[in-house]
Write a protein that binds this ligand. Structure first.
Ligand SMILES: [Zn+2]
Length: 70
């Protein structure tokens, strides 16, 4: 009988004995859902802000960019 690993509790279980695939139980499925929703709030996206900050650094060039004359 093939067994799979529950992504929540890490326990090996028989897929045919569960009613909450791919989790070993309904409880693990609920835990996984709550964990996923929690990460939405816990991890804000800050990578893009770092790129913007870099583009705002003053340039030492004497030339204005062509766009400034339009
Ligand atoms: Zn589990």
């Amino acid at each position: 009988m093939k067994k799979i690993r529950c992504p929540v509790c890490g326990r090996m279980f028989d897929p045919e004995t569960t009613e909450a695939m791919p989790f070993c139980s309904r409880r693990c499925r609920i835990i996984d859902l709550g964990r996923w929703l929690g990460e939405q709030y816990a991890i804000p996206h800050v990578e893009k802000d770092e790129e913007d900050e870099d583009s705002e650094t003053p340039r030492l060039s004497d030339h204005e960019s062509p766009e400034d004359y339009y």
